[in-house]
Write a protein that binds this ligand. Sequence first.
Ligand SMILES: [Fe+2]
Length: 322
Amino acid sequence: MKYLSSEKFLIKMLLKKLSELSILKICLKISRIFYNNNFSNISILILKILEKISLNNFYIQVEFSQVYKKIKDSKNLIKTYDKAISFTKGHQKNEIIFMALSDSYNFLKNKKLYDKYFNLLYPKIIKKNKNLFPIVIKFSVNDILNIDKDIHSYRKLNPYNSYSYHGHHNIYQSEHDIFKKKKFKNYSTHLKTKYIEKIFFKILKYKSNVKFKKMWFVVTKKSGSMKRHNHPDGHFSGVFYYRVPKVKASGFLKIYNPMKNINLFEVKGNTILKNKFTSSDLVLKPKKNDVFLFSSFLMHSVDNGEDINIDRISVPFDFILM
Ligand SMILES: [Fe+2]
């Protein structure tokens, strides 16, 4: 029965993908095949022809950026980002500025460019406190609501979803909108008003409203892992550890620190300890009820080790400060 639902889901996904394919997307996919196989010159030629046909196209510029990144052509990479920033609007503009910021910080490690895109991406209150970024904040919750039943019924109703084949190993992810669902709403509001907003008020000395953009839950089975990534949809991202197996090597969160400048805040009751973290990787070992918040452009990964005995449940989220 389970096998049949999986097959049906795959067919549905395949039909959806086919209907989404336009000629431009097919050409971009062909270009990607070339640069993935080290024929970047052919890829650049295809993209230049496409650019002549479809001037000021977001997707073409994104593809250009991937090629230039692959061949480590930083001059053209930055030119591409600046060009795309000049003609995009709304969500696409934010997306491209985020990519430029992420590459300046994680890939080029260029302070001047990092500053430039940081100022373009963030609202006043974050720009004003720029010396606090990139930021990682650790705290624990002591009164979180029980969501066992809700997670169980959600999984039963949605055994497969658009994140089922996302390339992460041995992991179930819900859709990324659970903060909008009635069953999880109390829980997300509680986390936001009782903890996150208060902590940001203490650190930034400014009353900001937190607006969730995404929230989901992740059930990690034995040896599950999550490859290196960052989160383009928020100013900040976080993860709440709802259930953590009591074993030595379970689900360390590794946050990469390429420019060796992470500000690490540990909130304990009314006190906040601040440290500058200057080593290359910050490895955080979560306990039940811990929350880690971090600048969304920081790259991070999760590796569970082999000795996990029960499923680990975490609730990641992305949010912006208003
Ligand atoms: Fe993540």
